[in-house]
Design a protein around this ligand. Structure first.
Ligand code: PEP
Ligand code: MN
Length: 329
């Protein structure tokens, strides 16, 4: 149950009533407006207070993430707005490998019109014997490239212990598919006020994905973008199945912006472009695309990273698709 308070009121009388009924609650300040989430519903649905402007019984297990009480959230990452008319493209390598390579890629992404950079320094690799990312050394490269290009950077945090390390260097924290139900990590990024890109775990239903978002929102961080990156199905032609229908459905359930990563479900360079175009046609607010100056030499995901030429071709087509549906790139 959500209690949306009148602006500027003291929540304590409502909270006292909730406590008296032995219910659980959480108070959140959303841009100066108080919201009290209280549960279970049966203990709180009869509660009322003059400080409450709107009381909303949400029928889904996720409450704060629901579209029932809020139509739209725009996430600000520096000057970049995700969830508005412009489709935001974040591009860059799978992993940051060295300063020169990342700088080269970043300059190309900027020239071609990308509005953010991506690049991992803490990498969640299936095998412990493959490149694990540069770690802390990579963070210094992030800073140099971000200062040189002025583009905000999204990078993954693998562990709760990485969060304070990454905070000064990242403009957006990525929670990878494999950590999408790491509830301690979700809570930890929720305690920051940094924008979060929350990947969908490859095994997760949309309800579970939105419940993961709920962990972040419940800590008071509303700057969350949901990112579809493909789920496991019986199909082996692609690395994962990009759930277009799922993205469209998710839009009907939540006010949070939606992103797509066409690179990981494609698993092959030649499939990235059509999947990216399809995602924009389906209405996503943001794309996360792997691009490399020498993709065949990349230390991770070399088969799926686009070349600079491939990225440039894609951006031209994306612009047309975005305009066709009343958006811009
Ligand atoms: C990534 O974007 O670098 C990545 C590892 O993606 P995912 O968590 O979706 O596999
Ligand atoms: Mn990758």
């Amino acid at each position: 149950m959500l209690f949306i308070l009148k602006k500027g009121v003291d929540p304590s009388t409502l909270i006292e009533k909730i406590k008296t009924g032995s219910a659980s609650y959480r108070y959140i300040d959303l841009d100066g407006r108080g919201i009290v989430v209280a549960w279970p519903d049966k203990l709180v649905e009869s509660i009322d207070d003059e400080t409450v402007e709107l009381k909303v019984k949400v029928s889904t297990p996720y409450q704060l993430a629901s579209k029932v009480w809020r139509d739209k959230t725009i996430v600000n990452i520096g000057d970049v707005e995700v969830g508005d008319r412009r489709v935001v493209v974040a591009a860059g390598p799978c992993s940051i490998e060295d300063e020169n390579t990342f700088m080269e890629i970043a300059n190309a992404v900027k020239r071609i019109g990308g509005s953010m950079l991506r690049g991992g320094v803490f990498k969640p690799r299936t095998s412990p014997y493959t490149f694990q990312g540069l770690g802390v050394e990579g963070l210094k490269i992030l800073k140099k490239v971000r200062d040189a290009t002025g583009l905000p950077i999204v990078t993954e945090v693998l562990d709760t212990r990485d969060v304070p390390l990454v905070m000064p260097y990242a403009d957006m924290l990525q929670i990878g598919a494999r950590n999408a139900q790491n509830f301690a990590l979700l809570r930890e990024v929720g305690r920051t006020r940094k924008p979060v890109l929350l990947k969908r775990g490859m095994w997760m239903t949309i309800e579970e994905w939105l419940l993961s978002a709920e962990y972040i929102l419940l800590e008071g961080n509303f700057s969350v973008v949901l990112c579809e990156r493909g789920i496991r199905t019986f199909e082996k032609g692609t690395r994962f199945t990009m759930d277009i229908g799922g993205m469209v459905y998710t839009r009907t359930q939540t006010h949070l912006p939606i992103a797509a990563d066409p690179s990981h479900p494609a698993g092959r360079r030649d499939l990235v472009e059509p999947l990216a175009l399809a995602a924009v046609a389906a209405g996503v607010d943001m794309l996360l695309i792997e691009v490399h100056v020498r993709p065949e030499k990349a230390l991770s995901d070399s088969e799926q990273q686009l070349s600079i030429e491939g990225f440039e071709r894609l951006m031209k087509k994306l612009k047309l698709v975005a305009e066709a549906i009343g958006r811009e790139l």
